[in-house]
Ligand binder design. Structure first.
Ligand SMILES: Nc1ncnc2c1ncn2[C@@H]1O[C@H](COP(=O)(O)OP(=O)(O)OP(=O)(O)O)[C@@H](O)[C@H]1O
Length: 262
């Protein structure tokens, strides 16, 4: 892990909506090979930070760098091309397509053959399609969804849909994966499996930035936790440090509360 040249660097980011400062002069970094969690009460500005990094929103102020490159003025597709992928709080899948088709569609956005190759069924097209199918199957196997590959996405349980969304995001071959409440709606064993899966993708070189209200999950998976309140950073540090921070306990959990392991 290196903090000298972080993968993602966010400097003095601000975004307001009709007089509300949703994100207020917020700076942080995600070092290579780490999991960073953003926590905070409802309306603290967490999803707005994701929307700014994935370029759905333009910041009022501040700069965003990925691998040292200034991406502040990028469009969403450029952010994706350079290696930023995300999952959403409200799951976004193609419900009428099968699980496998959902992944294949995303892999297809990385087209490396021409329409002529497709029409003539040239070997380059067939080879790339075969490789994609193999990659899709491997990804689905890793999240325990291979046996569901021919089911419609809409027929999956909530936890399975979340896992499929993660696979779709990973299919774009990201450097960093932004996950908005990844364990919402998951049962205990699904959460444990997802924690193991996140650790495995991080060990393979993908960094993770996640928003999560499940404190047990956040504490178990994150190297660093950042606490937002009213758009401002009020604390940052290891899970052990953040857990003991009085301001965090008061702002996030209410007085007399303690962060528990779930
Ligand atoms: N597109 C928008 N237009 C107007 N206000 C917005 C918009 N997006 C966010 N906000 C406001 O910005 C503030 C921060 O919202 P945001 O969704 O980022 O918080 P959050 O920490 O993700 O909350 P939650 O945990 O409930 O998802 C809120 O006051 C919200 O109403």
């Amino acid at each position: 892990m290196s903090t000298v040249n972080p993968l993602l660097q966010v400097n003095e980011l601000s975004k307001g909506f009709m007089g509300i400062r949703a994100v207020d002069n917020f700076s942080f970094a995600v070092p290579h090979g780490t999991v960073v969690g953003i926590i905070g009460p409802n309306g603290a500005g967490k999803t707005t930070v994701f929307n700014l990094i994935s370029k759905l929103y333009k910041p009022d102020n501040g700069r965003i760098y990925l691998g040292g490159q200034d991406i502040t003025d990028f469009k969403p597709y450029q952010a994706n091309q350079i290696g930023i992928a995300r999952t959403f709080q409200n799951i976004r899948l193609l419900g009428n397509l099968t699980v496998l088709e959902n992944v294949m569609v995303t892999l297809g956005t990385r087209a490396t053959y021409t329409m002529v190759d497709v029409i003539l069924h040239r070997r380059s097209f067939q080879k790339i399609e075969a490789e994609r199918l193999q990659l899709a199957n491997e990804l689905l196997k890793r999240v325990g969804l291979l046996h569901r590959c021919n089911h419609k996405a809409s027929a999956l349980s909530y936890g399975e849909q979340r896992r499929l969304e993660i696979v779709r995001a990973l299919a774009t071959n990201p450097k960093i994966l932004l996950m908005d409440e990844p364990v919402a709606g998951m049962n205990r064993s699904e959460k444990d499996d997802l924690a193991e899966f996140i650790k495995s993708i991080v060990s393979e070189g993908v960094s993770v930035l996640l928003i999560e209200h499940d404190m047990g999950f956040v504490m178990s998976i994150c190297d660093t936790i950042i606490v937002l309140n009213y758009g401002k950073k009020i604390a940052e540090g290891s899970p052990a440090l953040v857990r003991q921070n009085e301001e965090v306990i008061e702002a996030y959990l209410g007085k007399n509360a303690h962060v528990k392991h779930s």
